[in-house]
Design a protein around this ligand. Structure first.
Ligand SMILES: O=C(O)C(=O)C[C@]1(C(=O)O)C=C[C@@H](O)C=C1
Length: 307
């Protein structure tokens, strides 16, 4: 297998990729952005890409949500959770927080450390980096573009960077969720603790359209674990929904919800069913069980045989 990931080496995304069985010994290609990593999958130069999708503090990663919603179809085959903690690394010559005039990190990391930064380095101007590791590696340049970077403890240790503060995140226990993306192909087998992801354009701008969509899940007892709206880019007020829910397309209740959704929103995109990284087998009411669906289908079939 060959994998692309949001690089350079030392990103949290690489830590996520290293959790995939076999990835440590496989070809791993760092990409300069989420878009580049996903393009490599689309054009076939790698078989899969690991990209961040959601952080427990900062929410959805827009670059990923948008890139997988549009363009050539892709499929999610796995999810990985990584606990997030940051350190403040500095360039040579910086010995105190007061000396930091310029700081860089990934926008999502900055958002998770904003209160700490306001309280401890209010004088520092922020420049976004393409990833936490990219911001950290720039500290090694002959003339670093910034004085400090917020990055993972691992990259600071591996590169021998000077660390002035640890645990600079505003919320301890933060977690980022990453997804492993391939071209559409075989769907991973159900494990009983699965998740599925959909992109749902709202069919029409009219009262109750979102309610009708949500009813498809409610009526079959399918539990949503994430729902976000993103602009389509086509004009003000035009949105699609990015939705994760518990269950697998092999589950009858999920299949029934999907067919209801397809009737309401024929342009929907099914992004895959894959093992959930954590959680318990969802509780399913007897009337939403596979057996109840198949019995009901047989009953209707028997009626229609009398036509
Ligand atoms: O910059 C990195 O190290 C990444 O892997 C990206 C990313 C993100 O997009 O949220 C991943 C985890 C952290 O939440 C901060 C940054």
């Amino acid at each position: 297998m060959s994998y692309a990931y949001l690089g350079p080496a030392g990103t949290f995304t690489e830590s996520a990729l290293l959790q995939v069985p076999g990835a440590a010994d496989a070809q791993r290609i760092p990409a300069s952005s989420v878009n580049v990593a996903l393009s490599m999958v689309r054009e076939g130069s790698v078989e899969a890409a690991m990209v961040p999708i959601e952080n427990s503090v900062e929410g959805g990663v827009s670059a990923t949500l948008d890139a997988i919603a549009q363009g050539e179809a892709l499929q999610i085959v796995a999810e990985i959770l990584v606990p997030i903690s940051f350190v403040l690394a500095v360039r040579p010559g910086i010995d105190s927080l007061e000396q930091i005039k310029r700081i860089s990190t990934h926008g999502h990391a900055w958002a998770q450390c904003r209160l700490w930064a306001e309280a401890n380095i209010p004088q520092a101007a922020f420049t976004p980096a393409s990833s936490t590791a990219a911001g950290a590696l720039a500290l090694e340049e002959a003339e670093p573009p910034h004085d400090a970077a917020i990055c993972s403890p691992l990259v600071a240790q591996e590169r021998g960077l000077k660390v002035l503060a640890r645990g600079v995140e505003d919320n301890q226990g933060a977690v980022t969720r990453f997804i492993l993306v391939t071209r559409p192909g075989k769907i991973p087998a159900p494990t009983k603790v699965d998740k599925s992801t959909l992109i749902l354009p709202l069919p029409e701008d009219r009262p109750g359209a979102l309610m009708e969509i949500l009813e498809q899940f409610t009526a079959r007892g399918v539990n949503l674990s994430r729902i976000e709206s993103r602009p389509t880019g086509q004009g003000l007020g035009q949105y699609f929904f990015s939705v994760d829910f518990e269950g697998h397309v092999a589950d009858e209740r999920v299949a029934a919800a999907l067919s209801g959704l397809h009737r309401l929103s024929p342009e929907l995109r099914f992004l895959g069913s894959y093992p959930a990284a954590e959680g318990v087998e969802p509780f399913v009411d007897a009337h939403n069980s596979d057996a109840a669906f198949s019995e009901a289908r047989d009953w209707v079939k028997s009626l229609r045989e009398r036509l």
